[in-house]
Design a protein. Structure first.
Length: 74
């Protein structure tokens, strides 16, 4: 497991721990209660982080695996 894979724990932690500290209604963000805005931002952050992890993992696989040798057809 590469260290960049540890980033996958951030969205889980923000969804589980965030509501414990951010359970408020009064500050509105774009017309939404703060907790709903937090969870929406977490959803966007999850997509971005998973994309970064995917790109980093593709690069590591390309560096470690040899290129396949094409077969000759008769």
């Amino acid at each position: 497991m590469r260290p960049i894979h540890a980033l996958a724990a951030l969205p889980i932690a923000s969804v589980l721990v965030g509501p414990l500290f951010l359970d408020r209604v009064t500050p509105f963000v774009l017309g939404r209660p703060f907790l709903l805005a937090w969870l929406s931002a977490t959803l966007v952050m999850t997509s971005i982080l998973m994309g970064l992890i995917y790109r980093a993992d593709r690069r590591s696989q390309a560096e470690t695996t040899p290129h396949p040798v094409p077969e000759k057809h008769a």
